[in-house]
Design a protein. Structure first.
Length: 372
């Protein structure tokens, strides 16, 4: 059994229950002399550093068993934190314990506040922790650290789904009517694959049988078709797409609207404007919402927000662009509306979100031009 002193996010009982598991002890107030707890500089999590005359406040977990330690090691190792021996004070007594110290090079920032962190980041961290803990024993610390940013983006998408769900179904059935017998996540990188054995109610009232299902777990995405009402032009971007490639399509370079994932805390509109500049160098003025919804609900969690964005498009907009850190290689193409619509109606643009935005533009084009 090991005593562990916690000073940061795991002092939040709800997160500690999830990470520590069923046998995790209840924490008692404790202090670590000679240390100060701060925000890690430029980050949304805490760090602890030696500082004479200070006392780091936290909680002490007395008698952590091997399973609790393994679970906390898994969670903290992804952030580079490791256990080190310290002497803490609890209930007036000195206690030999272990504490997770930050990796070298993590500079201290302002004084840490658990309350401020809970309000600003707690819900997201708790949601992401479900995915982190589900992968215990499957990922090395370096792999977990690399995968964690996208875990947070997927967690943000789940929080958005809960706060803004799809309309109630005519049957009245909902998420709570599905029984999950087991689930796993055999693949986790930039995207993830989730599989489960579930029982789903039947419309005829017959007993539901266990079925196996799997889904591609992506993120929420913003999609925008840039349109210049003054010159009556659109801009499309061309890039290699792995989906058509694995489908054995002879032409996996596709013409598409601008698109990209919605970052944590970002609105779909802000993401559409950002992606338009990153992928095409365009500054979007007005955004017109076309539709929001699931891309392929039978096998994917991806949720699309589709827009037409008004902007200035000249010949120079046909640029090569893309973010190097995301391995993007993008070629812009400027088309007159007539040429674009001809390709669309002749089935030369086999991208469904583009078709949805294109047909919306065709329906509203005259009004957009009149008001420009």
């Amino acid at each position: 059994m090991t005593d562990v002193f916690l000073f940061g996010t795991l002092c939040w009982p709800e997160l500690l229950r999830l990470v520590g598991g069923a046998t995790c002890p209840v924490g008692v107030d404790a202090q670590l002399p000679g240390y100060r707890v701060s925000w890690a500089k430029g980050q949304a999590f805490p760090a602890i550093h030696p500082k004479a005359g200070c006392r780091a406040r936290g909680i002490l977990l007395r008698g952590c068993d091997a399973q609790v330690l393994a679970r906390m090691d898994h969670y903290e190792s992804g952030f580079g934190y490791r256990l080190h021996p310290v002497t803490v004070t609890a209930a007036g007594l000195q206690v030999e314990a272990q504490v997770y110290l930050p990796p070298d090079g993590l500079a201290p920032g302002p004084e840490w506040s658990l309350t401020d962190w809970q309000e600003a980041h707690g819900a997201l961290a708790l949601e992401a922790a479900w995915e982190v803990m589900a992968l215990m024993g499957q990922m090395a610390p370096a792999e977990l650290a690399q995968a964690y940013p996208m875990m947070r983006v997927r967690a943000d998408a789940r929080l958005k789904a809960r706060s803004d769900p799809a309309p109630s179904s005519p049957s009245g059935l909902s998420h709570t009517d599905v029984v999950v017998h087991d689930h796993s996540q055999p693949y986790t990188k930039f995207f993830a694959l989730h599989q489960a054995t579930i029982s789903v109610p039947r419309f005829d009232g017959a007993p539901s049988e266990r079925v196996e299902r799997a889904a591609f777990v992506g993120t929420d995405a913003a999609i925008v078709l840039p349109y210049d009402p003054k010159t009556d032009r659109v801009l499309l971007v061309e890039q290699f797409r792995f989906g058509p490639f694995v489908r054995a399509d002879a032409h996996p370079w596709l013409m598409e609207p601008v698109a990209g994932r919605i970052d944590m805390g970002e609105t779909p509109q802000a993401a559409a404007i950002r992606e338009s500049f990153e992928e095409a160098g365009l500054k979007i003025g007005d955004l017109h919402r076309v539709h929001s919804g699931y891309s392929s609900p039978g096998c994917s969690s991806e949720y699309f927000h589709i827009f037409v964005g008004l902007t200035d498009i000249d010949e120079a907009a046909a640029i090569v662009s893309g973010l190097q850190d995301e391995d993007e290689d993008i070629q812009g193409h400027v088309l007159s509306f007539d040429e674009f619509y001809h390709r669309l109606t002749m089935h030369k643009l086999p991208v469904v979100p583009l078709a949805l935005a294109g047909y919306w533009l065709a329906q509203n084009r005259d009004k957009l031009r009149k008001n420009s």
